[in-house]
Ligand binder design. Structure first.
Ligand code: PXL
Length: 268
């Protein structure tokens, strides 16, 4: 199976492509990359970071790939720095996704109920139009709010299901933990125990692992179960081991149990 990850390279902070590549490779699928921007670090909590948009280069890369006749089983898009990049990803999907392939969109917009730097309501609207072309979307609780205007997760899920067959909302706070709300023939919930704190990069580990599981033939339900367990264990480890949460999840040593479960359930 061949996946294309369209996302930025944040040199420091374990998110986007520096997570997608190792996680998807570990899952046993080929991961090609289309970098959208080069940053010295991600934008979540760091100041003074460098930011080089790669629009012109993306255009040239795609033109070269066309000469190779490349096609992908799954395209996974993440952090996009501008409306033009959102439009470009729609074009990438048309040109490079196999017939019957999966388009997975992580609508990266914000956290803690605020936009990441550089994003606003009109950008969220544009992102919603990209979600409308996706088979699976994985907004966090903030992004589900920014996309739908409601903090009620059932209502947000229903609104997102109007545009995309399989919305998956992560991090919906409950009394004693979190629920993943997802749509799979109806509203479903997957409970996860509570870990106090905010964990940067968790969404990227989640989306990458989910894509890996789907590519190995797991149903959405099983893919979410394995992915949620992996992320939960990585978050617990991070809570113990990492003081500065801007540096992302210590997921690396939790990959083995995740892969063991994945190999047991893989259907390919
Ligand atoms: O983790 C999402 C993400 C990806 N890429 C960049 C970011 C963020 C979130 O802050 O800033 C550049």
């Amino acid at each position: 199976m061949r996946v294309l990850a369209v996302n930025d390279i944040s040199c420091v902070g374990k998110c986007s492509l520096t997570v997608a590549l190792p996680v998807l490779s570990a899952c046993g699928v080929t991961c090609d990359i289309l970098p959208t921007a080069l940053l010295s670090s991600h934008t979540g909590g760091f100041t003074g970071y460098t930011f080089l948009p790669l629009d012109e280069e993306m255009d040239k890369i795609a033109a070269h790939w066309e000469t190779l006749g490349l096609k992908y089983d799954l395209i996974y898009s993440g952090y996009l720095g501008s409306r033009a990049q959102i439009a470009f990803v729609k074009d990438i999907k048309r040109r490079f996704l196999k017939e019957g392939g999966l388009f997975v969109v992580d609508p990266v917009l914000g956290d803690n109920f605020t936009f990441y730097k550089g994003f606003d309501a009109s950008f969220a609207e544009e992102m919603l139009s990209l979600c409308a072309e996706a088979d699976v979307i994985v907004p966090n609780e903030t992004e589900s709010y920014l996309l739908t205007g409601t903090r009620d997760f059932s209502a947000a899920l229903a609104a997102l299901h109007k545009v995309c067959p399989h919305p998956v909302i992560t991090g919906a706070k409950t009394q004693d933990g979190y629920d993943i709300y997802y749509y799979d023939g109806g509203e479903k919930r997957l409970p996860i125990p509570c870990v106090e704190g905010s964990f940067h990069g968790a969404g990227d580990v989640f989306a990458s692992a989910l894509c890996g599981c789907l590519m190995r033939g797991l149903s959405l339900e099983r893919a979410l179960a394995l992915t949620a367990e992996f992320c939960y264990r990585a978050i617990l480890r991070t809570q113990k081991e990492v003081e500065d949460r801007r540096y992302g999840l210590n997921y690396e040593r939790e990959i083995l149990p995740f892969l063991t479960a994945l190999e047991r359930e893989a259907n390919d």
